[in-house]
Design a protein around this ligand. Sequence first.
Ligand SMILES: Cc1ncc(COP(=O)(O)O)c(C=O)c1O
Length: 374
Amino acid sequence: MQQCFGEEELANLREVIASQELWGGPSATFGTRLEETFAARLGRRYCHGVSAGTAANECALFGLGLQPGDEVICPAAAPIFVALPIVSIGCVPVFADVDPRTMVISPEGLEKAVTPRAKAVMIVHLYGQPAPMDELLSVARRHGLLVHEDCAQAYDVYWRGRRAGTFGDTAAFSLQQSKHITSGEGGLVLTDDAEVYQRAVTFSNSGLAWYRFGLTRPGNEPLDGLRCRGHFSFGHNYRLSELQAAVALAQLGKIEVFNRRRRELAAAIEDELRDVPGVDLAYVPDGGEPNYWNYPVRVPVGMGNYGELQYPEVVFQQMQRERRTSLGVPLPDYVQYVPGICPQAEAGARRMRGIITTGVQTAGRSVTPSFGGR
Ligand SMILES: Cc1ncc(COP(=O)(O)O)c(C=O)c1O
């Protein structure tokens, strides 16, 4: 039976331990190798490893230069790790409706959500289904929106022959345990823009990235005789450790094996469910090549359980009551987090179930497809 972790990961981990350098600082060799290999695989100029997919989303949005109060459009149907990074940099999430067959943001939903304060859109390739990128990009371009792709659930997914993660100004992947490849926790940010990259790296490293860019350290002139460490800006510690990078690099080397197993399980699910009355198999639009994370099946109303509509979550209900974000940014009147704002998402949620297609054995998980979430 194919296991998730094995000799390849152990060999890399031994090397890290032997080096006696476990953190993700300037000497992070596995971190650099992972970033270079992943960037090359996607044909993007820059890749930056961070501590989680959620952190990767936040670093990408910050890297894009978004400011507090800017509106960021994102799909109503997605894990909350999509909207929380918008809130945490002081921006305002505006939820867009989705295609109820896939629960992926629709071009019509995006168009309706645009306001003069909208600066960016987050497109989520949910369940490893490709979003309809041509149509979405054309709406985004018409309104001057920056585009971020959340590919946490979407490794090696294609839209009209082009890989998810290569369309947006930025893209983010997750290395959390359930994903196509994993280091337990971790994330990757991608972009082709040097400034976006530099801002994302600095933000993920407590504002301290001078060693990576050959920059002159600011703020190291004594202030009335007092020295400081010369951090460029505000930031978090979202660094990826060498232990995580070592495991992720080994996993990347095995991604085709994992993909193959996921495809076999998706085919087995389709064989089982094809003739069941009231059940619709995954909808694949023309030009889409999914690589399912969970397999999206639509079941009769009452049996569905898509439990990841974002705006019913407590954080948005609190914002709805207080009319401001948790960072105190006031919400415009037209931003509402109430039932009815995304009717297609609400209808689709009543029918959608994700069936786990984890391709390999991990602790406590079987290789048998099963209903469930993350
Ligand atoms: C679509 C999506 N975005 C972001 C994330 C966040 O990734 P992480 O759990 O690595 O923070 C997830 C994780 O489940 C996800 O499914």
